[in-house]
Structure formats: C-alpha cells, structure tokens
Write a protein that binds this ligand. Structure first.
Ligand code: NAD
Length: 373
C-alpha cells in the first residue's frame, strides 16, 4: 500500500495533507509514504522531517507512480494526475458542488475520489471531520484578524492615564467557527454577544459567558435543518432577525459572521445600511466571504472600508494558520484511513455509511447520490 502526499498547487494554499507525524503513523500501519518535494514547506514541515519519519521525498511523477491512495488538502488539477493507477483513491477536500467539471474529470481519470467535506456528522466520524477542525481555527483567527485591524484594545484597561472600554464583539452564526470566535474574544477580554438561527446554540453561547441575541415568537424559530446544520429561514423570521440585528449592530465594535447553509449561498446578514450605523473604526470579519458572503460589500481576498468600517474578507483562513491547520487536517485523514484499515487486505476498506456519503467517483463514473440525483 503506497500513499502519495501532494504539494498543493492552488494559489494561497499553504497547508499540507500529511505531516511527519501522520507519515510515521501510516508507516506503522504497513504503508509506504511518498511525499512530493516541498509539500510541507509553507506549513513549516521540511522535506527532511518527512524523510526522518520514514517517508520518501520525490518529485510529483515519482510520488504518483504506483500510488494506491493520493492525499491532498484541496483536489489536485485532474491533468496533474496523469500516471495514477486506475482505482487509486484521491482523498481530499474536493469542493464537490463548487466544481462539477473537475469531479467529472476525476471520474474520467479513473480515480476513486473521496470528498472529506462530505463526511457524515456522526459521532464515530468526528475525528475525521475536516470542516470542524478547520472551522475551529478559522473562528480563532477571525478574532485575531479583527483585533489586528481594530485601532483599539479588546480588554477593559484601567490605567493611571484613564480607562479603556472593553470592545463589544458580536458573533453571527454559532457553529464550530462561531463558538471558537466567542471563546477567543472572551479570552481577549471583549464583551461578547452572539446569534444563530438554531435555538440549540442559545445555551452554548451562555455557557461561554456571552450574551445570546435571539429573535423571539416568530414561526419556524428552531432553524435546525438536517445533520445539525441550519435550514433556510422563513421571510418573517428573516425580517425579524434583520430588525433585531440592526438595533444591536449599531452598538458593536467588532462583528464576526460565520453563517453557512449547506448547498446554498451564504445568507446575507449585514447590509450596507447596517454598516453605516456602526462607529467609524469598527471592524467586520466575514468568514463566509468565499461562499457568497454574509456582509454586503465584503470582497474575497481583501480588506475594504465602507462608511469608515473595515470589512475583512480573507480567503482560506485555515491556511493562515498553516502549521496547526495541516496538523489537524492530516490527523483527520489518518483517523479516517486507519479506522477502516483492514490488516489482512493491508489497506482501508470502507463501510457503506461513510463510503457512500463521501465517494464521488468510481469505475469511471460519478456515483454519489448527491451529484447524480
Ligand atoms: P456551518 O458552518 O454550516 O454554519 C455556521 C453557523 O451558521 C451554524 O451554526 C448555522 O446555524 C448558522 N447560520 C446559518 N444561517 C444563519 C442565519 N441566517 N443567521 C445566523 N446564523 C446562521 O455550521 P457548523 O460549524 O458546521 O456547525 C453546525 C452544527 O453541526 C453545530 O451544532 C456543530 O456542533 C455540529 N457538528 C457536529 C459534528 C458531528 O457530530 N460530527 C461535527 C461538526 C459539527
């Protein structure tokens, strides 16, 4: 069993899908690991560290030749998979809905493409969940990015020269990223409030010492879609939420938005008119900017200013913490492959629950029900 680890080619991608730690663990399972030269450099993992962990380091063609499993953070360009053995697994974040042509090309290339972001949200798969591990870091980094752009301090400071007020931070969308944003902003001493459409998050917000801001008495308030994700809200709910948020947002210094709805564009949560009510010097971080954006005027890959308010729209936020993001991503992949490792076969063998959820292509065809329906 030969595992190939590719150097990421997407612009701005600094992460790597295996670290020396996981390379060593794969070797302990009996696999040989081949790492494309330079794969870990941008994340702080040198070629020599992989070699010390027992992996071979080589150029892309040599790494791909004879590989049974190819690991990536993002899906590689299908053209770059030339020479790969038919039936080899491609295990990565494959953005299955965003780039359908690429999935068709994986099918044509004969690889079995496994999309890690479609890992089911079941207890036994938690340690394999790349969305959670990466969102957690994004939530943390969003607060640091806000703090870096903000011309004031986060904690209240009582000094001989006078008192500095605590920053007021409002987190919109309390999934994995939002919870970590709340916790990080609290650690920095901010006064934190948060909102979500899923009523189950109210207690989670309170347990982190933040104030829940919730729409009351509107039909469809539960907000729970399938698999613990949000559903799309009724027009009545959206109007009530906009009104409540308008009143609240005008008093905030920092707003961090993280709201996503699977398979749909990100919901618009902050309008230009609402931004105009914020104090100049305030900062808004839109973590959903690459999925269409929660904030009007946010631009992917840029920090822009509207009405004196900075709107931060960094792309690929986990990659901005490439060392830790890679370490967790790599462990997600290792946890996944090792959980299904069949000692006799000397390779992983998937069960139907997880295999059918994440397998996009097999035998030259697109086979995932979410793509063929
Ligand atoms: P997500 O990234 O899909 O969305 C972020 C948040 O935005 C969610 O909390 C969502 O409810 C919220 N949101 C959507 N529309 C909104 C709106 N109009 N206004 C305000 N908020 C809005 O979410 P996530 O981080 O993937 O987490 C979703 C849930 O899944 C959480 O409860 C999380 O704990 C759970 N989860 C379970 C597992 C598992 O069991 N394996 C793994 C990861 C997450």
């Amino acid at each position: 069993m030969r595992i190939a680890v590719l150097r990421e080619q997407a612009e701005g991608e600094r992460r790597v899908a295996a670290t020396p730690e996981t390379a060593k663990k794969f070797a302990a399972l009996g696999a040989t690991v081949a790492v494309e030269s330079g794969a870990g450099t941008a994340a702080g993992y040198a070629d020599s560290a992989y070699a010390e962990a027992g992996a071979t380091v080589a150029d892309r063609a040599a790494v791909l030749a004879g590989a049974d499993i190819v690991l990536g953070v993002q899906g590689p360009d299908p053209a770059g998979l030339a020479g790969v053995v038919p039936g080899a697994w491609l295990v990565a974040g494959l953005n299955p809905v965003g780039d359908r042509a690429r999935i068709d090309a994986y099918a044509a290339a004969g690889v079995e493409a496994l999309a890690m972001e479609w890992m089911p949200r079941i207890t036994r798969a938690q340690s394999m969940d790349i969305l959670s591990s990466q969102s957690n870091l994004s939530g943390y980094k969003a607060v640091l990015d806000a703090a870096a752009e903000y011309g004031r301090a986060f904690p209240m400071m009582m000094t001989a020269a006078g008192t500095v007020a605590a920053a007021r931070v409002f987190v919109m969308g309390v999934g994995v990223a939002g919870l970590q944003a709340i916790a990080t902003a609290r650690r920095l001493g901010a006064q934190v409030s948060a909102t979500d459409v899923r009523s189950a998050t109210r207690e989670q917000i309170q347990s982190l010492g933040a104030k829940p801001i919730f729409v009351e008495n509107v039909a469809g308030i539960e907000g729970e879609g399938t698999g613990g994700y949000a559903g799309e809200m009724s027009p009545e709910y959206q109007a009530a939420q906009a009104e409540l948020v308008s009143a609240h947002i005008a008093k905030q210094d920092i707003v961090i938005t993280t709201a996503l709805i699977p398979g749909r564009p990100a919901p618009r949560l902050v309008s230009d008119a609402q931004l105009a009510t914020m104090r100049p010097g305030s900062v808004v971080v839109d973590l959903a900017v690459e999925q269409g954006g929660n904030v009007e005027g946010a631009v992917a890959g840029e920090v822009v200013e509207r009405h004196g308010v900075k709107i931060v729209g960094h792309r690929n936020v986990p990659s901005r913490l490439a060392a830790d993001a890679s370490a967790l991503f790599a462990r997600n992949l290792y946890n996944f492959l090792s959980a299904f490792w069949d000692k006799d076969a000397g390779r992983p063998v998937l069960d139907a629950e997880i295999g059918d959820a994440i397998r996009l292509t097999r035998g030259g065809k697109v086979v995932n029900a979410r793509l063929t329906a």
